[in-house]
Design a protein around this ligand. Structure first.
Ligand SMILES: NC(=O)c1ccc[n+]([C@@H]2O[C@H](COP(=O)([O-])OP(=O)(O)OC[C@H]3O[C@@H](n4cnc5c(N)ncnc54)[C@H](OP(=O)(O)O)[C@@H]3O)[C@@H](O)[C@H]2O)c1
Length: 180
């Protein structure tokens, strides 16, 4: 039995996950405390994570001496990437449908968290494999930046809202079903 593939992400009100300078200070200004419970509940179901090389570069830049994931982490890149000692990081390249079986297997029946960015999540969506969007809408408008989910074949049918909650200082947590 395999778990779900879930895109858990925070965006601005106008749908960007990073600003025009590829930064997320607009997100970090809110701190983690108010979001910790929601994050911990989500993380409890996660068996593997997937991210693009841009997100990997950001994480290495911000925390060069530590790695935040205890589960297998897939980093998608067409280029050779630096490794992190002691971290279970699997570098992969190519079409998402060709990688899906291995990614799912690495999660051991638990869920797969697509960390980002948006274009990586869009590849899972295009493959019909993105089951849920776990979105935290932050109360800030950016005007430009990296889009949340740049799918090529929109608009989608109306998404199924399965959960909504106010989180912390004016943010809203939403869970949408995308498949089935
Ligand atoms: N707000 C949030 O919650 C949130 C969450 C995640 C990330 N972010 C932010 O978003 C930004 C990163 O997003 P991004 O869209 O710029 O980058 P990204 O999606 O992390 O990485 C994109 C890169 O990954 C590689 N890649 C993607 N799919 C691939 C595939 N199928 N095969 C091989 N390589 C593949 C490509 O680079 P190469 O092939 O050249 O390596 C591509 O340019 C960062 O600023 C990060 O902090 C924010």
């Amino acid at each position: 039995m395999s778990g779900l593939i879930q895109y858990y992400v925070a965006s601005s009100v106008d749908g960007f996950i990073a600003d025009a300078d590829d930064g997320i200070d607009w997100l970090l200004q809110f701190g983690f405390e108010a979001f910790q419970e929601r994050y911990d509940a989500f993380l409890a179901g996660v068996g593997a994570v997937v991210m693009g090389s841009g997100t990997y570069a950001y994480l290495r830049r911000e925390s060069p001496d530590s790695w935040g994931y205890e589960v297998p982490a897939w980093v998608l890149s067409s280029r050779e990437q630096p490794t992190i000692p002691g971290a279970d990081i699997r570098f992969a390249s190519g079409a998402v449908p060709d990688l899906l079986d291995d990614i799912r297997a690495s999660a051991g029946g638990r869920n797969v968290w697509v960390v980002g960015g948006g274009a990586v999540a869009a590849q899972f969506h295009a493959a019909g494999a993105l089951d849920e969007l776990h979105l935290t809408v932050m109360p800030v408008v950016l005007g430009a930046g990296t889009p949340l989910l740049p799918i090529g074949d929109g608009p989608t049918p109306p998404l199924a809202l399965t959960r909504s909650e106010v989180v912390g200082p004016g943010a809203v947590g939403l869970v949408y079903g995308l498949t089935g």
